[in-house]
Write a protein that binds this ligand. Structure first.
Ligand SMILES: [Zn+2]
Length: 251
């Protein structure tokens, strides 16, 4: 086996376990077998993986030998991909992320072979050989939501004397939040992207369901007394987040 390839955990070789080291970065190698392929084929995909295609009669051992034979070439290809992806992002200046109601531009820099993403006065390392920048941003936002939202919900609950059992931060496709009859609240991590006052509205809305498990007039009157800006938030959410609604459990 080449010194440039290794199998993780010492297990028998599996497709998804292959990595190829280029200037200290572990670049994943995906192995595919194509019936119609006549030769071994190597390429760097647009997401920065190395794809090794085996022909119908080929095998992994020969495929790895092929990769080893072309290791200088594939390393050049990958470094070009890395450079292109940085240049594209810098030149276009279009990379931005919605964070707490502001579209924040993202910039990338390289320090000690690590790629660092910067936005909204925050910095964190991203390994673009493993995931796209968009996926890194989503996972970072979700992590940030897990740190930020529980404290904000607790603050509102304390202020208006609401008692809930459990809070979970979820990746819901259709809901901003929900409140169950067991007094468990769940919030969508994407609330971290809303302007603070609209995220607060969703939290107060769910807390208010602890007292009114429906959308009755009493529910809305009570909500208005603790969230006087609720109409503007409802409007904003209808305009900008129509794909996500509130789910308040059984009514
Ligand atoms: Zn509701």
């Amino acid at each position: 086996m080449s010194t440039y390839l290794r199998f993780l955990n010492g297990r028998a070789p599996q497709k998804e376990d292959l990595v190829f080291h280029i200037q200290g970065q572990a670049v994943p190698v995906k192995v595919a077998r194509k019936r119609i392929a006549k030769h071994y084929i190597l390429k760097v995909t647009h997401l920065g993986w190395i794809q090794l295609t085996l022909p119908n009669r080929g095998n992994l051992r020969e495929g790895l030998a092929f990769l080893e034979k072309h290791r200088v070439w594939i390393a050049q290809q990958w470094l070009q991909w890395l450079k292109r992806s940085h240049e594209h992002q810098d030149r276009q200046g279009r990379l931005e992320v919605l964070y707490r109601g502001h579209m924040e531009p993202i910039t990338l820099s390289t320090e000690d072979k690590n790629t660092i993403a910067h936005f909204a006065r925050l910095s964190f390392p991203v390994d673009l050989s493993r995931m796209s920048l968009g996926d890194w941003m989503n996972s970072w936002l979700r992590y940030q939501a897990g740190k930020d939202l529980p404290a904000r919900l607790a603050k509102w609950a304390l202020k208006y004397d609401f008692k809930y059992h459990r809070l979970s931060i979820r990746n819901q496709r259709t809901r901003w939040g929900s409140c169950s009859s067991q007094k468990n609240i769940s919030l969508n991590w994407r609330l971290i992207q809303l302007p603070d006052k609209h995220a607060d509205y969703v939290m107060l809305h769910e807390l208010n369901h602890l007292r009114h498990m429906n959308h009755s007039k009493r529910f809305w009157d009570s909500l208005r007394s603790i969230c006087p800006w609720m109409d503007s938030s409802e409007r904003w959410i209808t305009q900008h987040g129509h794909f996500l609604t509130d789910g308040c459990g059984p009514v």
